[in-house]
Design a protein around this ligand. Structure first.
Ligand code: AMP
Length: 294
């Protein structure tokens, strides 16, 4: 299906594909001509964070494709999956306005015609932090991303640093599958008050939304403390801050190295580290991270 519209005296056009076959037929001429293909996988309910990835792709690729698919295998809780926000019509309009050329929006049967039994291992990265608290989450991510990469032979694929651990997993996945896809890491886009943009923010009740910027304030304080305080002391500071908080509940905070995501004991000038956090704001789980260089 093709959509076209005028907005702010410009003409926008974009095609929506529902099947892998349709997508294959569309992409064939571009592949034959050696065009640069940019790919931005998403789960929809798009915000400016997602759109920043589209902007990056549009800058250097001949065509940009985005997928909108809420992947059931990466949810370890069916309630979380049911509640996940979705608005394809709005997503499509936002993508078109940013110059995205094609949207791949398959249904679950298209992506999983049969149960995916594959199990992925990433040298332990998949078991730490998010992996520990959301068992099999990254297995689901690897399943869908490998399927999407098979459907979209991208030159460049764009992922957000907001999901730092996911990005590390995807870089490993590309190596494991020997794919010739360049993974581009894009900075986290935030609300004015510092809260990292996330589709889940839509689910936050007012009182929790008001408190949620504390997450990034704490991360910024972690970064400034890293010059003169130990990892242990900084962890205590984070635990105490949230331990005393009425509404926000800390699930984990860890400081890890930026490649294998192993917890570090001491900061060093030679090693970039990342402070990673997950916090419950009522029924909504929020994650964020900050890069620490001494
Ligand atoms: P999602 O739809 O949440 O699966 O996210 C799709 C892509 O957008 C992933 O690569 C995310 O890391 C990225 N993303 C999500 N939120 C942000 C943000 N606030 N800033 C930059 N990228 C983001």
């Amino acid at each position: 299906m093709k959509i076209s519209f005028f907005a702010a005296s410009k003409f926008y056009q974009m095609q929506i594909c529902k099947t892998k076959l349709e997508l294959k037929q569309i992409l064939e001429p571009f592949i034959r001509e050696g065009k640069l293909i940019g790919f931005v996988p998403t789960m929809g309910a798009l915000h400016l964070g997602h759109l920043s990835l589209i902007e990056e792709s549009v800058k250097i690729n001949d065509i940009t494709i985005s997928s909108v698919f809420v992947n059931p295998t990466q949810f370890n809780n069916s309630d979380d999956l049911d509640k996940y926000p979705s608005d394809l019509e709005k997503d499509v309009a936002m993508l078109a306005l940013k110059g995205c050329d094609y949207v791949f929006a398959p249904n679950a049967d298209e992506m999983y015609p049969e149960k995916d039994e594959r199990q992925f291992y990433f040298d332990g990265i998949e078991t730490r932090m998010e992996g520990e608290h959301r068992p099999w989450h990254f297995n689901g991510v690897a399943q869908i991303v490998s399927k999407l990469f098979a459907a979209v032979p991208a030159t460049n694929a764009y992922f957000g640093l907001k999901d730092f651990q996911q990005l590390a997993i995807i870089k490993h996945l590309v190596k494991q599958l020997s794919l010739d896809i360049n993974i581009v890491s894009c900075p986290t886009i935030r609300e004015k008050d510092g809260l990292a943009m996330s589709s889940r923010n839509l689910l936050l009740k007012k009182e929790f939304r008001k408190q949620a910027p504390l997450i990034y304030s704490v991360l910024k304080e972690v970064k400034s403390k890293s010059n003169h305080e130990s990892v242990e002391k900084i962890k205590e500071f984070v635990e105490t801050t949230f331990g005393n908080h009425e509404l926000l509940k800390l699930e984990y905070f860890d400081i890890v190295d930026d490649t294998m995501l192993k917890p570090i004991d001491t900061f060093s000038k030679e090693q970039t580290s990342i402070g990673c956090i997950a916090v419950w704001a009522g029924e909504v789980r929020l994650i964020d991270n900050i890069q620490i260089n001494l």
